[in-house]
Ligand binder design. Structure first.
Ligand code: SAM
Length: 137
């Protein structure tokens, strides 16, 4: 991992280690329209637009790069029935994502990948679609 990636992992791990407070959940619902633990500005309406433009459907394989705690990839899996892999550098966000996937009954359709988008351990054409929201790698 580069120094920049290490710094990213440290900074976001601090944030994801702490579960969002109830007030944050209510703000997220009011501003974004969902309560999936978003850590950016992508709204539920924009996530729905992504799903439509990408043609996500039950057989589709989606990669969410820089998924943080799960947003929007896990929501897209819930909404469209697609398979998703949530990838990010700090493990803390992926832990939160695993918990939410369990609670939503999505463990069979949600994979977790701790890796940098700069060096993904994936074969070409593994996915039908890729999303990345509020991610600057
Ligand atoms: C502002 S957060 C957005 C998280 C989520 N997509 C959302 O909208 O709530 C940016 C995320 O990008 C991730 N990130 C930054 N550089 C990355 C890289 N090289 N590879 C994978 N993830 C990266 C960070 O760890 C962080 O979780």
């Amino acid at each position: 991992m580069t120094k920049a990636e290490q710094e990213t992992a440290r900074r976001f791990a601090e944030r994801y280690r702490v579960a969002p407070a109830e007030v944050s959940r209510r703000v997220e619902l009011a501003v974004i329209g969902g309560d999936w633990g978003a850590n950016g500005y992508t709204t539920k309406a924009q996530a729905d637009l992504l799903a439509a433009r990408l043609g996500l459907r039950p057989e589709a394989r989606l990669l969410d790069l820089g998924a943080g705690r799960d947003w929007p990839g896990l929501y897209l899996a819930a909404a469209t029935g697609c398979q998703v892999v949530l990838a990010d550098v700090p493990i803390e966000g992926l832990r939160a994502a695993a918990g939410r996937a369990r609670r939503e009954g999505l463990t069979g359709r949600a994979g977790l990948l701790a890796a940098s988008a700069r060096a993904l351990p994936l074969a070409p054409a593994t996915f039908d679609a890729v999303v990345h929201t509020d991610v600057l790698c």
